[in-house]
Design a protein around this ligand. Structure first.
Ligand SMILES: NC(=O)c1ccc[n+]([C@@H]2O[C@H](COP(=O)([O-])OP(=O)(O)OC[C@H]3O[C@@H](n4cnc5c(N)ncnc54)[C@H](O)[C@@H]3O)[C@@H](O)[C@H]2O)c1
Length: 256
């Protein structure tokens, strides 16, 4: 039980395929007590049903739409009241309008650019800042990124730019929070068939290329990202901060 006695907040689960849900199950299996977030009423029932499957009932299940600053504040207050100190924050959420994941990057509309960066990148800063007063000593912040931050992936477009900014945010936040003993890291996951991934035009083809090219000759299971999150949330990773850890069957090391 690597996470016995730790309370960890996870934003956001949408359904059983969500990477956030795989992480929730992995943390739960190691004894963590969870606070589980969902975006809005569209996913509320599904998330409440899922959380019923955890070994330990969550300390709270809370709505959190990150483009509504009052909601981030309300979530922080609810966690402060119901749970008190927390030992970890998992940020596993992103959004880009469909048109921005289809047309060439050159044609990204201003509004689409700002929305994507607000939801997918700024939300890490906003959530981390909101939870700072609640972090126990040696808390761990984890976000989920993708290799499209570094290399061009067809149709990933503005989301690649948002992930590049997310990875830079990990480094700046790690520097800011290090003195408080808080660590900040990203997991760069290989492609996984989720709702968000299916929004990227040509995703299935990319999954196939990944299987062929990755040294392990396979794709990545959500639970493998969950296991990496257990490591980063646990004391085993206590000297690791500001890093991007690849859980991608080795894809990132390949040239051609
Ligand atoms: N699936 C992949 O191939 C893959 C690979 C690398 C990284 N990631 C990243 O993993 C994270 C989770 O995505 P996923 O693939 O599990 O898909 P998902 O669709 O299950 O999860 C995306 C989550 O983002 C939430 N979200 C969207 N807009 C929001 C808003 N305004 N406020 C709050 N929440 C909002 C959704 O409600 C959902 O819970 C994302 O950051 C994604 O970019 C995914």
């Amino acid at each position: 039980m690597l996470l016995e006695g730790k309370r960890i907040a996870i934003f956001n689960v949408a359904n059983k395929r969500s990477i956030a849900w795989a992480i929730a199950k992995a943390l739960d299996a190691q004894g963590a007590e969870l606070i589980v977030g969902y975006q809005n009423e569209r996913t509320e029932d599904a998330v409440l049903a899922l959380t019923g499957q955890l070994n330990r009932a969550p300390a709270a299940v809370v709505p959190c739409d990150v483009v509504v600053p009052e909601q981030i504040e309300a979530v922080q207050e609810a966690v402060a009241e119901k749970v008190g100190k927390i030992h970890g924050l998992v940020h596993s959420l992103a959004y880009a309008p469909r048109s921005a994941l289809k047309n060439p990057y050159l044609f990204t509309e201003r509004e689409d650019f700002l929305t994507t960066l607000e939801v997918s990148t700024y939300s890490l800063v906003a959530l981390t800042r909101a939870f700072m007063p609640l972090f126990a000593d040696e808390a761990s912040v984890i976000t989920i990124t993708f290799y499209g931050a570094e290399k061009v992936m067809p149709n990933y477009n503005v989301m690649g730019v948002a992930k590049a900014a997310l990875e830079a945010s990990v480094r700046y936040l790690a520097c800011d929070l290090g003195q408080a003993g808080v660590r900040v890291n990203a997991i760069s996951s290989g492609p996984i068939n989720t709702l968000a991934a299916r929004g990227v035009e040509g995703f299935q083809g990319f999954l196939e290329i990944h299987r062929q090219k990755a040294p392990l000759k396979r794709s990545v299971e959500p639970r493998e990202v969950g296991d990496a999150a257990v490591f980063l949330a646990s004391d085993l990773s206590r000297a690791i901060t500001g890093q991007v850890i690849y859980v991608d069957a080795g894809y990132q090391i390949m040239g051609v």
